[in-house]
Design a protein around this ligand. Structure first.
Ligand SMILES: Nc1nc2c(ncn2[C@@H]2O[C@H](COP(=O)(O)OP(=O)(O)O)[C@@H](O)[C@H]2O)c(=O)[nH]1
Ligand SMILES: [Mg+2]
Length: 245
């Protein structure tokens, strides 16, 4: 059996986590040869998210500091300390569909990294605000112009990675610019990226992303990584995730 880590970042996602974890198709994955472990990295929820996650059998971890970027890097570092083969990340808010996990694992046979593409996929009419929709198109266009590597949905939060690619990623993002930096790092490490259309639905609970501020941070990250491709190395060990633990 191969083993997959499903990484879920959470900040007050009691409603979302209670729905998302049970929707992970563990039986289907098992019959396809996959053992599943769910890792929840929490940013300080006080609505019972961690307790719900524990009751659902997830491994849970409190992140140091704040921000989705910090949480993801901490989850990646934890994955590298273990021995699982593949990591899949998605939001814990019901927007992405865990039922599509096996499609990611299949696509990963022919790529190092698989990105779920909402813009060419099936987007529910109320799933994304207009500002986020156009902002994402604009940022994706900027990313492709700057790096020259195909990308359809820069801000997608549904990605799958083989172990080698996680070990090669060099990241220091704090917040929602993490996916843009994952893209820049994949291009700089010459990782093979595949894109699959996915479904995207309206979130449960409250959004944490602030469109304008976070959009600007994403653009700034794209520009900074074009000039300084690698973030400063602040830790020892595999990869350069800049996590001190
Ligand atoms: N651990 C952690 N997770 C976060 C933090 N901020 C947001 N998240 C989670 O990251 C995911 C994406 O956040 P969301 O508000 O849905 O932003 P969007 O999907 O990019 O619009 C959700 O599962 C959030 O609960 C944070 O500071 N720490
Ligand atoms: Mg979301």
């Amino acid at each position: 059996m191969k083993r997959v880590t499903v990484l879920l970042p959470t900040l007050d996602e009691a409603e979302g986590i209670a729905e998302v974890v049970p929707r992970i198709p563990t039986a289907e994955l098992h019959s396809a040869g996959w053992e599943v472990e769910v890792l929840v990295v929490d940013g300080g929820s006080d609505d019972g998210t961690i307790e719900i996650a524990k009751n659902l059998g997830c491994e849970t971890m409190r992140q140091h500091g704040k921000g989705k970027g910090v949480a993801m890097r901490q989850g990646f570092a934890s994955f590298l300390r273990g021995e699982n083969d593949v990591l899949v990340m998605l939001d814990a808010d019901g927007t992405y569909h865990p039922e599509e996990l096996l499609r990611f694992l299949k696509a990963l046979r022919h790529a190092d990294v698989v990105v779920g593409d909402r813009l060419k996929g099936e987007m529910d009419p109320d799933a994304m605000t207009r500002v986020n929709y156009f902002g994402n198109h604009l940022l994706t266009w900027c990313a492709v112009s700057l790096y020259g590597v195909p990308m359809n949905d820069l801000c997608s939060g549904y990605w799958a990675f083989n172990r080698r690619s996680i070990a090669l990623l060099k990241l220091n993002s704090m917040r929602f610019e993490i996916e843009a930096e994952m893209y820049t790092s994949c291009t700089l490490e010459n990782l093979e990226m595949a894109h699959i259309p996915i479904r995207y639905s309206r979130r449960l609970g409250e959004a944490k992303l602030g469109s304008v501020k976070d959009g600007w941070n994403i653009l700034r990250k794209l520009l900074v990584r074009r000039i300084f491709p690698t973030p400063p190395r602040s830790t020892q060990g595999e990869g350069n995730l800049n996590i001190d633990q």
